[in-house]
Design a protein around this ligand. Structure first.
Ligand SMILES: C[S@@+](CC[C@H](N)C(=O)[O-])C[C@H]1O[C@@H](n2cnc3c(N)ncnc32)[C@H](O)[C@@H]1O
Length: 235
């Protein structure tokens, strides 16, 4: 019994030592939560009261969501997750790409966002989007099941990025892809608050911490990087 307890203690200590930790700083950006991960301050979550901004008509010209969805290279019949889907601005576009043989899991931590998303999918007659209420640390997605996970303007506001990404990686099939779509921190002309932007270097650093392999970065969109990773295939 003592030997088993000792083994358990050693294993949990090693796991804890391997996981990056968080820091708190009293002096911080007012748009951030004062919690830092690998040198980056985490942003406040956008409340459901701001959902109109997500659906603003000028967004199509500013962010080119149809180009974005084309660049994802989704195949008919695939299983895809839109994590932090909000009002579903990207979810119905993804649903068109996977077709009726595929599925889009649209997750969020705010039930109010998922209610709006449900109304929007109903208006569009989109039936292959499944809303999923996640928690701050668990996406609640099925395990080893997904071909692709995307996060559009979400990652920088995950309160527990290491835990959440660990959960997301476990939902991907081996070789499944994870795509971060984030406003470019490198470009001062992108009119978004600093903590709501991410640099490519930072996204790569944080993805490496959960074992993702970088594939490529597409800089086609006006304001956002599209940074592609894959879950490694076990030999
Ligand atoms: C700025 S909105 C973007 C919504 C949508 N992706 C879009 O582009 O229209 C960010 C969303 O991420 C959600 N979010 C924040 N933290 C989350 C988490 N840990 N898990 C899932 N969703 C989260 C928020 O509730 C919010 O709806």
């Amino acid at each position: 019994m003592k030997a088993i307890l000792c083994l358990f203690w050693t294993a949990t200590t090693l796991i804890r030592a391997a996981s990056p930790s968080y820091e708190s700083h009293a002096a911080h950006d007012p748009n951030g939560i004062g919690k830092f991960y690998l040198g980056r301050e985490i942003a406040h979550v956008m409340g459901h009261e701001g959902a109109d901004w997500l659906e603003r008509p000028e967004r199509a010209a500013e962010e080119k969501p149809d180009v974005m969805v084309d660049l994802l290279g989704i195949k008919n019949g695939e299983s895809v997750a839109d994590v932090g889907a909000g009002s579903g601005y990207m979810s119905w576009r993804l649903a068109q790409k996977v077709g009726t043989n595929g599925v889009v899991y649209a997750t969020d931590i705010q039930q109010e966002m998922l209610d709006l998303l449900g109304e929007n999918m109903l208006k569009r007659g989109t039936r292959n989007v499944k809303p999923v209420l996640g928690t701050l640390t668990d996406s609640k997605l099925p395990t080893n099941a997904l071909d692709l996970v995307i996060m559009v303007d979400v990652y920088h506001e995950l309160s527990d990025p290491y835990e959440m990404m660990t959960s997301i990686v476990s939902s991907l099939k081996q070789g499944g892809r994870m795509v971060f779509i984030e406003y470019r921190a490198e470009d001062p002309k992108v009119p978004i608050k600093a903590v709501h932007k991410m640099s490519e270097v930072q996204v790569k650093k944080e993805s490496a911490a959960v074992g993702l392999e970088w594939i490529e970065t597409k800089e086609t969109l006006p304001w956002q990087h599209m940074i592609f990773f894959r879950k490694p295939v076990k030999p």
